[in-house]
Design a protein. Structure first.
Length: 276
């Protein structure tokens, strides 16, 4: 979550840094590295190293922060297909790094979900919260940078250096020795719920109890399902009868067997084919 927060903060910063009239600067070039990554992955048909991909993401973000003192918030001219377009260099680099990290994060989520769906839900929920908080914090930081007076250019320079140092500190201290690939390899499938085995001779026991207490054919079906741990909703679906009808049958079965709960009913059936 800390990594998600940091990269989301960088993405939020790039979203507002250099914005004109509340409109974010154009970052269409961030799609180019992602397309190249997809083409390389498809062409090689090989497993992409998540750790190397993360390293690339970190380098892009760091380069983006370091580009702020050089290029500032202004876009730089670039010739694309013979046309001059304005490219916000720092924003493009930061967003590219953030996108690369999100690719890494999605692969980790897919691997986790394939082995532990419940764990994936927790990671997705906490990760999305980190994305939201990080993006908002980054957007506020970008707006703050925009508000600094142009005649005090040293302040954006100091801020850019501080951001770069904070990001390096996060990489060196927060993620020291961490490996995405090792984490995935250590994931273990979620333990399957233990389902207790059905009592021996369940059917004969249910028949014996039904005969002894004089249950009707439908009540015998309800008894057999109750003995297997089914609830009223499940019995309603299995027997395709209304909920009120199910409640009536269950009430009659309880009354005839002189029990007050499903557990007492199960205990009675588990006594075997010799009911009291």
């Amino acid at each position: 979550d800390l990594a998600v927060f940091c990269f989301s903060l960088a993405s939020g910063f790039a979203l507002t840094f250099g914005a004109v009239a509340s409109s974010p600067p154009p970052n269409f070039l961030t799609a180019v590295p992602l397309l190249l990554l997809a083409i390389i992955a498809l062409a090689r048909r090989a497993k992409v190293s998540l750790d190397r991909l993360f390293d690339g993401a970190a380098l892009f973000v760091l380069a983006g922060f370091m580009a702020i003192p050089v290029f500032g918030a202004a876009a730089s001219p670039l010739a694309v297909a013979g046309l001059a377009v304005e490219v916000p260099v720092a924003n493009v680099l930061i967003n590219t790094g953030a996108d690369f990290f999100m690719v890494t994060f999605f692969v980790v989520l897919a691997s986790l979900a394939s082995r532990n769906q419940l764990g994936a839900v927790v990671v997705i929920a906490s990760g999305q919260a980190a994305v939201t908080v990080g993006t908002l914090a980054g957007a506020m930081l970008g707006n703050f940078t925009n508000s600094i007076a142009p005649d005090r250019a040293f302040r954006p320079l100091i801020l850019a250096v501080l951001l770069a140092l904070a990001f390096v500190a996060f990489l060196l201290l927060g993620l020291r020795g961490f490996s995405f690939e090792r984490t995935i390899n250590q994931l273990k499938p979620a333990a399957k719920p233990v389902v207790s085995a059905a009592p021996p001779k369940l059917e004969p026991a249910c028949e014996a109890v039904s005969e002894h207490y004089g249950l009707t054919p439908r009540e015998r079906e309800v008894l057999a399902l109750l003995a297997r741990g089914r609830n009223a909703s499940s019995i309603q679906d299995l027997l395709t009868i209304s909920r009120n009808t199910v409640k009536t049958h269950i009430k009659n079965v309880y009354a005839k067997l002189e029990v007050h709960s499903q557990q007492e009913l199960i205990d009675l059936v588990e006594q075997g084919d010799s009911p009291p």
